[in-house]
Design a protein. Structure first.
Length: 168
């Protein structure tokens, strides 16, 4: 009996994987750079929301100094970022190198934290203002810089072996 390409493909990846692959828009396929960028953006949005929420609570409600509040809030977002980026964005879920990936991830994240802290302090000194709007605009500027740094660092340093398997 001769099987069609679809039947062979279904047997190779399994029925759940096959339908999931067909239902997920091409822009979200993690085998493509564009899919990784879109997924990273989605994870980044969630991480940024946690970061901004914590920053506002720690700075405006708890009254912590800006640098301390920013460092703590940024660290809160990093906690879930590793899991989401490892397992969902960069397809490194089954990797046996998780300790190495965690160390590399933390090095990238710590350097991004330094960029973020430097960015928010610089913008605060340049433009001033401790109002809700001013602090959040300063945080947005600092976050834009660290987000680009994180994508490049996570993709090429922390999870580097997995993007080459995807043909990118």
């Amino acid at each position: 009996m001769h099987q069609t390409k679809e039947q062979l493909k279904l047997e190779a990846v399994g029925p759940v994987q096959h339908w999931r692959h067909r239902l997920v828009p091409t822009c979200l396929h993690r085998q493509r750079l564009a899919g990784q960028v879109v997924r990273f953006g989605m994870v980044g949005f969630l991480t940024t929301a946690v970061d901004f929420l914590l920053l506002n609570l720690l700075f405006h409600v708890a009254g912590l100094p800006l640098l301390l509040a920013n460092t703590l809030s940024y660290s809160g977002g990093v906690a879930n970022s590793f899991v989401w980026n490892k397992h969902w964005t960069f397809s490194a879920g089954g990797s046996k190198r998780w300790r190495q990936e965690l160390v590399a991830f933390m090095l990238v994240s710590l350097s991004a934290l330094l960029l973020n802290d430097l960015g928010i302090l610089t913008l605060n000194r340049l433009f001033g203002g401790d109002s809700f709007l001013a602090i959040n605009l300063q945080k947005a500027g600092a976050s834009a810089i660290s987000m680009v740094w994180n994508f490049v660092g996570y993709r090429f340093f922390a999870f580097r072996s997995h993007h080459s398997e995807a043909g990118v």
